[in-house]
Design a protein around this ligand. Sequence first.
Ligand SMILES: [Cu+2]
Length: 225
Amino acid sequence: MSLYSHIQLLDGGNMVSNCMILFHDYCLVLLLMILTYVCFMFYICYSGQSFVTYISGGSNFLEMVWTILPMFFLLSLGVPSFLMMYYVEGELKGDLTVKSIGHQWYWSYESSDFSDYQVDSYMLGLSDLSISSHRLMEVDNSLVLPYLTKVRMVVTSTDVLHAWALPSMCIKMDAVPGRLNTLNVFSMTPGSFYGQCSEICGINHSFMPIHVEFVDWANFLNSVL
Ligand SMILES: [Cu+2]
């Protein structure tokens, strides 16, 4: 863990989240570049340098540059952003479908592929924690998913708005009563990932964490069958 890790994004758990982190860094560099350039131009203009006469004299080349360059920058921001958005929530195919239902105040998970699979996932209280567990993040029944498998996650709610979020996968989806929102969950590695409800849903909003464990298929089948 580096000195500045707490001000950076979490390490990505899959391809698309790593792309998003790269995209975030790219946007930041681009915006800083533009800010520096604008500040520099302000300085030039207000200090009455000879460049001002060059602009006010009219230059076709300069007109071309400041029309085409912003267009290029906007495209370089828009295209990857749209590609990632469609990758995360656009495609509705998956090897496995899991439904995540928000309640006041816990999550429950079920799967249409395994009719018997239905678990309620409540947060563990302080007295149930071991020395290595994370306070306010552990649950009694975590969601178990296979890694290297494209999971179609259907998110909904039974009462009020909630949001199912997994920051290290760059995933956040609103759980809306009466509506099925879909997103793709894919992990390249086995491991534990944590998230929290991300839409204010009432008094115990802070106490309905999400814990997803990515395991191999054998262990996954053991847990759901
Ligand atoms: Cu909430």
